[in-house]
Design a protein around this ligand. Structure first.
Ligand code: MG
Ligand code: MG
Length: 252
């Protein structure tokens, strides 16, 4: 069942989304070479709590931290660790959610650190652009397949690999709700979009190949090829006035 949100529920989701988006970008601005991903997670955690919200990911399915932090060939679900040190030339994906007044946001961004290889910067740019290609399709009367297809078409035109095992998803009172929002699919197929639907669109794109594997820690997803990967995500509301970015930050 797809939960359709009322106007007042969307306002609450925007409140959760602002804290989510701001925590994400505050985290991004706080990245320093030599910092551990544990320290970065702590900064993000404290930001969320200071703003009166709860880190949605902390304890979700047993996840031990407030943000997923995935570096270079790690695609998603990286576990923050004192042993993982951020280095010059890395790309650092932060994925985070803040829960307040009964609702959560979900947003991710891949930050380049220092001098990053040109081709990796291009991967980041195209992945972020593909997110907006999907968002453009989040309009009343379209279908989920229109969102999926727009992301797929854009990304494949650059020859990158689309991760298939993980998808975007409905989001609201729970972090993961119906429907699934894959990053590939057929235009004109899937659930019809109506005003009040809210979902996370989140392309996870590998520089080389679409294959992924999970580390023995049970969480960290890596590219099979060892190539870098990028992840950009917004929580979006379908409204009569078009798509609204619920996780758009207000601090940048
Ligand atoms: Mg996320
Ligand atoms: Mg998500």
């Amino acid at each position: 069942m797809i939960n359709v949100k009322s106007k007042s529920e969307l306002e609450k989701m925007r409140k959760a989304g602002i804290i989510t988006g701001n925590a994400l970008h505050y985290g991004g601005q706080s990245i320093k070479v030599g910092m551990s991903t544990y320290e970065l997670d702590k900064i993000i955690h404290d930001y969320i709590v200071k703003n009166g919200a709860k880190p949605t990911f902390l304890g979700y399915g047993g996840f031990p931290a407030s943000a997923c932090i995935s570096i270079n060939n790690e695609v998603i679900h990286g576990i923050p660790s004192k042993k993982k040190i951020i280095r010059d030339g890395d790309v650092v994906s932060i994925d985070v959610g803040a829960y307040i007044d009964g609702f959560t946001g979900d947003s991710a961004y891949t930050f380049p650190v220092g001098k990053v290889a040109e081709e990796t910067l291009e991967l980041l740019k195209v992945t972020n652009e593909s997110l907006y290609k999907g968002i453009e399709q989040a309009v009343v009367g379209n279908r989920i397949g229109d969102v999926s297809h727009a992301v797929e078409e854009y990304v494949t035109s650059y020859g990158y690999g689309i991760v298939r095992e993980y998808t975007g998803h409905g989001v609201g009172r729970k972090l993961h709700e119906s429907p699934e929002v894959p990053n590939f699919g057929k235009a004109g197929h899937g659930p019809r979009l109506v005003a009040g639907m809210t979902f996370a669109i989140e392309p996870m794109i590998n520089a080389v190949g679409d294959g992924v594997k999970v580390l023995p820690d049970g969480w960290t997803v890596l590219t099979k090829s060892g190539s870098p990967s990028a992840h950009f995500e917004h929580t979006v509301a379908v409204t009569p006035d078009g798509p609204v970015l619920l996780t758009k930050p207000t601090i940048i």
